[in-house]
Design a protein around this ligand. Structure first.
Ligand SMILES: [Fe+2]
Length: 291
């Protein structure tokens, strides 16, 4: 059995077969997967019934795990999963429509890059599908490299050296979710990220967009938000997007440095969606700033 990868889309997404992620991988297998990530930015591994320990072990092939602190509304003692996992599921039997955790999670339906609100943002996210709803709930991935390549020269020149402010308060605020406690406001205070990133291996440039953006350093807020909206509309055109229809036991890995993603709606108050996310930490901030 040897690894093979076929493209799922002209820009973004590949499907990987010929590997069993439940067992330790060889160095060549890890290298083949990393090369596939550098090329396709999103890899789908169908038919991988992982448990939490196996998912964690596989994730550690690609770097350190980003701990799920300061990423949601739950206090440490209330976390349903270990801090090695981001809690992105709705695991309760019945979810009330006005449940605060649910409303906060609706922010995942906006285009974003995971953890762009952290000073050191994420490298990869790995999402394992354990239980999926009967319909809806696709995850869409937009290729920020192709979006950069096809941006007109005037916009490129404007965007090139800009620094944006990212916070969970900005993305949630876009949905009208603004009732944060003083502790949450402190935890979610904005961080700065470059708007244009360069991939450390391929050297390709990409737009570092996210719904977590709420400003551009040195710009009036309204003009900044309008410019970001303009770039986001460009970057999320259908031709840059791969839409993933989930099946149970899919594992999907995406590179947050080169893509944005969003979850499509599903009946989240009545259907369970148990998906487990591990996150590989990035190797540094995109701009110098206080931690
Ligand atoms: Fe996400």
């Amino acid at each position: 059995m040897s690894i093979s990868i076929r493209a799922l889309h002209p820009h973004v997404g590949g499907e990987v077969t010929g590997v069993d992620l439940r067992r330790p991988l060889s160095r060549d297998e890890v290298a083949a997967i990393e090369a596939g990530m550098d090329r396709h930015a999103v890899l789908v591994f169908p038919g991988q019934p992982l448990d939490d320990a196996q998912q964690l072990a596989f994730s550690l092939n690609f770097g350190e795990i980003e701990k799920a602190l300061a990423g949601d509304l739950q206090k440490l003692g209330e976390k349903r999963l270990s801090t090695d996992f981001a809690d992105v599921s709705n695991l309760q039997e019945i979810v009330k429509r006005d449940d605060r955790h649910r409303l906060f999670a609706l922010g995942n339906r906006l285009w974003h890059s995971d953890s762009s609100f952290r000073a050191v943002p994420a490298k990869y996210s790995l999402l394992s599908a354990r239980i999926i709803p009967s319909r809806g709930g696709n995850t869409e991935f937009a290729d920020m490299r192709a979006a950069w390549d096809e941006l007109d020269e005037g916009m490129k020149a404007q965007a090139e050296d800009l620094v944006c402010e990212h916070s969970l308060m900005y993305s949630r605020g876009k949905l009208g979710f603004t009732d944060m406690t003083p502790e949450e406001k402190e935890m979610f205070r904005p961080v700065r990220q470059r708007l244009v990133r360069v991939h450390p291996v391929t050297g390709r440039k990409s737009l570092y967009l996210s719904s977590h953006i709420g400003g551009i350093v040195g710009w009036p807020v309204a003009e900044a938000n309008d410019f970001i909206r303009e770039l986001t509309e460009h970057a999320t055109q259908r031709r840059f997007v791969y839409s993933h229809p989930w099946r149970a036991h899919d594992l999907v890995v995406w590179d947050n440095r080169q893509t944005m993603h969003r979850v499509r709606p599903f009946a989240d108050t009545v259907e369970k969606r148990d998906v487990r996310r591990t996150t590989v930490a990035g190797d540094g901030p995109t701009v110098a700033q206080a931690a």
